[in-house]
Write a protein that binds this ligand. Sequence first.
Ligand code: SPV
Ligand code: MN
Length: 632
Amino acid sequence: MSNAFETILKSKMSEQSYRKIEALNNPKVMEFIGSFAEHCDPASIYVCGDSEEDKQYVRDQALSQGEEHPMALSKQTIHWDGYGDQARDKVNTKFMVYKENLERMKSLNSVEYEEGLAEIMDISKGIMNGKDVVVLFFSEGPTESPFTIPCIQMTDSWYVAHSEQILYRTAYNHFLKMPESEKDHFYRFIHSAGEVDERKCTVNLDKRRIYMDTQNNIVYSMNDQYAGNSIGLKKHSMRLAINESGKNGWLCEHMFVMAAVNEEKNRKTYFCGAYPSACGKTSTAMIPGEQIVGDDIAYFRNINGEFRAVNVEFGMFGIIKDVNAKDDPLIFENLMKDQEVIFSNILKGPDGKPYWLGMGVEPPDEGFNHSGEWKKGNKDAKGNEIDIAHGNARYTMRLDYLANIDKDGFEAKDGVMVQGVLYGGRDSDTTVPVEESPDWKDGILLKAATLESETTSATLGAEGVRKPSPMANLDFVSYPLGEYTMNNIKFGENVDNTPKIFSNNYFMRGKDGNFITSKLAKRVWLHWAEGRVHGDYEACETPTGKIPLYQDLKDLFKKYLDEDFAEDTYTYLFTFRCSKWIEKIERTKTFYVKMDANTPKEIFEYWDATIARIQTAKEKYGDLIEPGKYQG
Ligand code: SPV
Ligand code: MN
């Protein structure tokens, strides 16, 4: 195949690499790689296939280029992002939007298309100068499945490449086999860490830009390394997929996928769940005794009338803070083994071992961390003492190392059939620990759209402030929120086996301000939901759904936790709080008006009707309605 980029690509690639892309016989792939080879001007380009040899080459490069460092255990490595590049940059992450769509997208962080393109092309011109670049092929979801979205990543960061090889399925062979009719459909990600210092950290953070073009399925990420900013396959791809799914009748959600295991009844029930950050998402997916399929991103498709889901990813990019032998034994144990893990932004001690916050192990007084050479008491430029590790420090690890992986679900090309969807917020005084929605639409509008998270002492600013977090997906929803909410409703209503929706709240506080139940109680709420899916339990009505009966929870607490669950604790936890609920719905209405003035009227009408129903209940039963009292 002769092509316009043959000369430049041959000048930067080995014969073997060139042959690999030539074999794909895909002009759009050539054009993508060729045009950025010209524009970003790297010294060399390596084309990475699916072989173990290629994967090893990427690992070796990450170490030899100095982006990762060895640890005492030979298969583990550590990477540090720059001191100012430790989390997602929300300000400089923008949608590039055609003029005619600007009005529709105005509540999302957007830049006019031509203006954004000119800026990003200016920033990226020659940015890879002198660098060795790698091109990789991946799949979102299992390869060669109804869920597959093929992706190409071109990056000058071997840490990014290495992370993606752990987190996603490689798909060079999938690209090789793509039929002619599908050859145009893949996502493109171009990334550069830009100029780096002697620690191999990005220097020009003021020029950090993450620009998304959902109209052409391409994302440009420049001058960053933190994986949430740099990795195309994770949150960038997610925004493209949310946009595409919205047009085509499927869904991309910020959700875990897991199986609740009922040994007594010999059954496995799949749940998906969305929780804003720090509200229990990973710990729910990892409840001891259950099985995990994925912890962050799910695609939903209607396959022959069934609601089916896949975990988009192959690994996990998990928060490492507070992972310790007591609270997260399964993850902790894997982080202590000699197997492939990339630690990021934690301390490498003089003994070559990893140390992080909340590890439950006494850390040394010196070593290397995200600030460089570190000694206890060191201060940063602002005079703040530098901790041993960053609060958003992470581990990157394959999911199938975990003993609790659901192997069948993890590999299933058609995904798993979902029977329950959980939405959980952080709420000290309004919602009950578990409540079932009367139907799907109600679940989306009252459980998913109303999700909120309260600020904690761990975040800056005032404590107890409620932040709206519809579907826990707000950072990634790439078209207007009202439309997205309607698409959620339609998807669930169009399948034959519509799952039940449940809300969760693990954070209700008692009159003394303390949490009422232990972290382990999650398992009880999950198993009540599991039982409801199969018709095992009766429930009592509230103005917003159905809650457990005391005796069933008492039995579940005994069975799963060997705890005696007191009836007055039940009554307190499951009391329906009328005024608080009305306030919550009012806050949601205000937020939707702000986010999407075109939110369909039927959504507001539904919320208003709910408020009226709660108001009537309040007049009849009082502001606080104890479980069992409400009769409609
Ligand atoms: C999240 O913030 O939701 C994450 C981590 O999963 S990041 O990759 O930064 O998005
Ligand atoms: Mn996430």
